[in-house]
Design a protein around this ligand. Structure first.
Ligand code: GLC
Length: 745
């Protein structure tokens, strides 16, 4: 009885602010140690055990016995409170559960998929979206999300590129930190805070062949220069948890990779958060051929530095025996449990174990508005010949066509467990509601869904096009085609979508193609056939109103490509921050159709490019047009001889030379021309969103610490190497004003 009174009083007190949750680390550490000292080994292993339950009663039994530390995938608030009450009031020590869920890009109000959020180049809007997701999820008791996914992803065959922040190390680092701040808020013990989870640690995005779960072969130097920095940024942002990745890198599965989990994460980065495996990734090391059985997997995981096991229960089933055999020390177990209990104290779960956020936060008007803004800023204008867009009042009739025009479920994108299609506002619905009184609308699907090969409906769509002034065709990917385990070998539009676009183009009517997908697709032909192209990485609940306002000019698109668009699937992986090689391609290489018959063996090529695809992408990283025109001029460097304690101070004049107010993402890239190891031809080091009214100009400045040019060199030390550098300031990774500078000792 005493315990019940204790919690009730504390809860009431904390409500009226009398008892401040313990957020002093020394206070928490003493509480952790005190609790740990009372725990049996069974209870310790119980804390290391995370379940995704199938049967509530079975779960209740295990929780009552102290055999569960965390649950995922229970989202009914009454059930969450009920199971939490069992943990708090009926288990011996009353340790609350951490309730987790994959809240990846929104909970009920769905934001653009992370790849689309990255396209905004706007960390503020990304942080706001994560905050909203946390508020909504906390109303169902969720206090831990498995997000951000900050795997640098350079291969669109890999379906999980959808969940990433794209191909660039810096962009992933910035966006990952923004999501962490949003999820965790100002204080983890705020009842609307969700512990974030930096995943998947590490290099999962480099799966060979872009085939999910496949092996990776990333050497330490590339790990440290490309794949680890976003995770270090996550540590610096205070990310509460990490998740190990499924892949084996250079033969070592991440779930037992002591180098990354201990040497880097704990010893170098001094991380004191909690590490969880991915779904059954501990037991799956038996499939990898790295472990003999579950006991071996449990021992290798905890000895490498894992704290909690997701769902495969090898820890709770085996580690008591392992400790008895001396294969795992009690100190290792205690350290893992400390990390788990510390997180629970930091979350305030001991003071406030139950849900306090009201259900009314779900789909709140301000949440929907934020989701619309994020969707607007995520849309990329890839082509706009003859100012086809925006649609002006000269356009009297618009034909809305295509399988993605009114696909509420698909538009939300991958990793949506809790968003509801009924709340999704599709482009068709939005255009009708928002612009139906200004234009005549004709709607013909043409195809029923993105993979539809039945061309019978195309004739009707073509007929609709003939009756209209402009055709807007919505194509792309159903949500199932991207995300986990959804790799593609062919990146062309699925089904008869290409045929649909070409048929519409043959009418001669202005054709606007809008592509909603979970990855960059090979769309050369479709871009060629269209007068204007908008790319929207699955935009979420408010994608319709966002695209409608862009089509009709109320919003000027500002999105930039967070990934490089290949011309052909065979070009992948393709990314801008590549090495130059000893034989970089010339822009004017002879391509396959120009090669004469019986050409001499050495008459073609001898450079690094594809005979059929060349070497340039369809669209580069950082690319995106606007309804207006931005002009860059007058690049100035404050100094061109710098030491490593200096800053590169550079400015450029940016003018909005067009007729529309707009926002430009000004990007700063740097090349280290000669290094102790080969260096990328350029790397993104900073970016700024600059809003300018038509005709306005602004001097845009960057002050880049020279120390940001540090990298892991030949001798595996980290630092800036003196030498010559080049920088660009511009509108994409492919164009900008440049200047040279050098770093001197
Ligand atoms: C999945 C994913 C991981 C997710 C976890 C829980 O397999 O790899 O990203 O958070 O399991 O659903």
């Amino acid at each position: 009885m005493k315990k019940k009174v204790f919690y009730t009083v504390l809860l009431a007190a904390s409500f009226i602010g009398c008892s401040q949750p313990n957020n002093g680390s020394s206070d928490i550490e003493s509480k952790v140690d005190s609790l740990l000292s009372q725990m049996t080994i069974e209870e310790k292993l119980g804390q290391m055990n995370q379940l995704s339950p199938w049967d509530f009663d079975d779960l209740a039994k295990k929780v009552r016995k102290g055999e569960v530390g965390s649950i995922l995938n229970i989202v009914n608030p009454d059930e969450v409170n009920k199971i939490q009450k069992i943990a708090v009031e009926e288990s011996r020590l009353g340790i609350p559960l951490i309730v987790a869920r994959d809240v990846i890009h929104g909970y009920k109000t769905i934001f653009p998929i992370p790849l689309g959020q990255a396209a905004t180049f706007n960390p503020q809007i990304v942080e706001e979206g994560a905050r909203i997701a946390a508020i909504e999820a906390s109303s169902d008791g969720i206090r831990w999300t498995f997000s951000p996914m900050i795997d640098v992803a350079r291969d669109p065959r890999w379906g999980r590129i959808a969940e990433s922040c794209g191909e660039d190390t810096y962009l992933n680092a910035v966006m990952g930190a923004a999501m962490i701040k949003g999820y965790q808020g100002d204080s983890l013990n705020d009842p609307t805070a969700m512990a974030a989870c930096a995943k998947h640690f590490v290099a999962y995005g480099a799966a060979e062949g872009g085939r999910d779960y496949n092996s990776t072969f990333i050497p330490e130097r590339v790990l440290r220069n490309v794949y680890l920095p976003p995770f270090k940024a996550a540590v610096d942002a205070g990310c509460a948890t990490f998740m190990t990745s499924f892949n084996d890198n250079d033969g070592v599965p991440s779930t037992a990779n002591k180098f990354v989990l201990k040497d880097v994460l704990r010893d170098e980065w001094k991380y004191d958060g909690m590490v969880v495996t991915d779904w059954a990734s501990a037991l799956e090391m038996v499939n990898h051929g790295f472990c003999t059985d579950g006991k071996d997997a449990a021992e290798k995981s905890v000895n490498a530095g894992v704290d909690m096991e997701m769902v495969s229960e090898t820890f709770i089933k085996n580690l008591k025996q392992s400790v008895a055999e001396g294969k795992v020390s009690m100190e290792t177990i205690d350290n893992a449990v400390r990390n788990i209990l510390r997180l629970k104290f930091r979350l305030g779960l001991f003071e406030n174990p139950y849900i306090v956020t009201p259900q009314s936060v779900k789909y709140a008007e301000e949440h929907l508005l934020a989701a619309k803004t994020a969707a607007e800023q995520s849309v990329i204008l890839l082509k706009n010949d003859a100012q086809t867009l925006p649609l002006t009042d000269k356009v009297k009739t618009v034909a809305i066509v295509g399988p993605m025009a009114d696909a509420p479920y698909e538009q939300m994108g991958t990793w949506v467990f809790d968003g509801e299609r009924e709340h999704t506002q599709t482009p068709l619905k939005a255009i009708k509601d928002m612009y139906g009184d200004k234009v005549n609308l004709i709607f013909e699907l043409g195809l029923a869904y993105s993979r539809d090969k039945n061309v019978a409906g195309i004739a009707k769509a073509v007929n609709a096009a003939r009756r209209a002034d402009v055709v807007v065709c919505f194509v792309g990917e159903e949500s199932i085609l991207s995300g986990e385990a959804h790799s593609l070998a062919n990146l062309d539009l699925q089904g008869a979508q290409s045929q649909l676009i070409k048929s519409l183009a043959s009418t001669g009517k202005p054709l606007v193609t809008v592509i909603m997908a979970g990855r960059q697709l090979t769309i050369s032909d479709e871009v060629e056939a269209s007068d204007a192209v908008l790319y929207s990485f699955h935009p979420g609940t408010m994608g319709g109103p966002a695209i409608a306002d862009i089509l009709f000019g109320k919003v000027n698109p500002s999105g930039k490509t967070p990934v490089t668009f290949p011309r052909m699937s065979g070009q992948t992986p393709v990314y801008y921050a590549h090495n130059n090689t000893g034989r970089p391609a010339n822009p004017t290489e002879m391509l396959i159709d120009e090669i004469p018959v019986e050409a001499g063996q050495t008459s073609v090529g001898c450079r690094s490019f594809y005979l059929d695809a060349g070497n340039s992408p369809l669209f580069p990283f950082g690319y995106g047009l606007s309804y207006t025109r931005f002009e860059y001029s007058d690049l100035r460097l404050a100094a061109d001889k710098l030491t490593e304690v200096d800053k590169v101070n550079v400015s450029v004049n940016l003018k909005n030379a067009g007729n529309y107010d707009g926002t430009e993402v000004v990007q700063l890239y740097v090349q280290d021309k000669v290094g102790s190891v080969t260096r990328p031809v350029k790397e993104l080091k900073a970016f700024k969103r600059v809003e300018l009214k038509a005709g306005e100009s602004e001097t845009v400045t960057f002050s880049l610490p020279v120390s940001d040019l540090a990298f892991w060199g030949y001798d595996m030390t980290f630092g800036v190497e003196p030498g010559d550098f080049r920088l660009w300031v511009g509108t994409s990774s492919a164009e900008g004003l440049s200047a040279d500078f050098s770093v001197i000792k």
